[in-house]
Design a protein around this ligand. Sequence first.
Ligand SMILES: *Cc1c(COP(=O)(O)O)cnc(C)c1O
Length: 519
Amino acid sequence: MEMKNTMNRNPQSDAPIIKPLDPEEFKRQGYMMVDFLADYIRNVSHYPVLSKVEPGYLKQRLPTSAPCGPEPIESILKDVQDHIIPGLTHWQSPNFYGYFPSSGSIAGFMGEMLSAGLNVVGFNWVSSPSATELESIVMDWLGQVLNLPKSFLFCGDHGGGVVLGTTCEAILCTLVAAREKKLSQVGKENIGKLVVYGSDQTHSALQKAAQIAGIHPANFRVIKTKRSNSFALSPDSLLSTILLDVERGLIPCFLCATVGTTAIATIDPIGPLCNVAKDYGIWVHVDAAYAGSACICPEFRHCIDGVEEVNSFSLNAHKWFLTNLTCCCLWVKDHIALTKSLTVNPQFLRNKASESKRVIDYKDWQIPLSRKFNALKLWLVLRSYGVENIRNFLRNHVQMAKTFEGLVRLDKRFEIVVPPKFSLVCFRIAPSAIIANGLSKGVEACYNGKLVNDEYMVNEVNRKLLDSVNSSGDAFMTHGEVEGAFMIRCAIGGTLTEEHHVIMAWKLVQEHANSLLGL
Ligand SMILES: *Cc1c(COP(=O)(O)O)cnc(C)c1O
């Protein structure tokens, strides 16, 4: 019998030509996918937060080669449920407190879906004018919400913002801009003399950027921070490091200051650091990947005081701003410095709009050529929730962190290692509780009877506590280290996290500590 749907046949084989964008099928599968995700979100708190699979687990469950023929979405989704979900660490779980959060939202998801569905590749203005123009508008919006000076906005002189994938890209792009600006003054042959500065709390993204940007490894400065200064980068230490470099004939080029460092959320003093940097023509970038979001609240805005002096500023909206991965917002004061270093003009991309110089071509603000329409997500987030609700969402996390901190302080076996900032609490079992308890089985097992010093023992006990909490699957936290002390980080910021989850997480830590300390 003749098929009703007279499908074209591929001349090379018998397989019919597929219709991968059939609207009716799109609807059917789309609704199914939304149902699947709604169920996932509904059930996510029941999964072990940290995946329990062993390395290589998936190879044993999936075929060794791609299917030749089509498979129905139903069986693919079943495999997702049976094989992929068990191998997830559930970042959307309300009991996820590791690293920094990745706060997804309906608006963030809808924006991602819109962007995926429209599937435009807005590398320059003409390739999708609304993609470029919306991005500029929404970056000005968010810049205003952050109360960034006009010099960072398109409505100012040479400033403006761009949505990149990640902070690593933001640091690399600004470092390359700084490098080219400096080399244009001192001569290209001096690339081996350029020096990059950060602190021992700066994210490894800076080191990676320096490696990629061709900064000589010997010219990468990791300035030591001190507890007495809350582990912030001290302007005096910066100055003395710079002076040594200048004396040796090196050329200071780039400083990455951080607002909300990764281990402990320390805040580097932007204004005073800029005061030092400006005398040496150093490009200052502020990495506010996590804590930048909180700066939309007036009570946290002081954390970026001095930002008017810096050259560039970035935050990850995909961390704590309800915008699904990826969405790194970068603002620069002098976008010509950025585009000078990143522009290429191949014939196939030439067009009247670009030549008129009346448009932004975002390809010149980033590493890749192609780019997703990520600004849609941010636009949907800002519109769907409104700034005041987002502020309260963040404040609620900060409040929950205060609750958690209070609970830690009530248990005298524990200590807060550094004063909590934003929604991050760093704690550990105090040395006194471990050493007083030195002979419990749990503690002994941590160092296997080896002759070890107290610091090692304290660290091992805390490491064991973290492993034990995480392997329960009931909560997930990660660790950090300051001055050789291993500490557990509880980073609150999950979209689904409520106070009762945080209280439960603390009880869980206590229970695991009880058995470790032999109580
Ligand atoms: C998360 C984080 C980064 C890295 O962000 P990516 O977007 O993954 O590159 C850099 N710096 C700080 C302070 C961070 O918290």
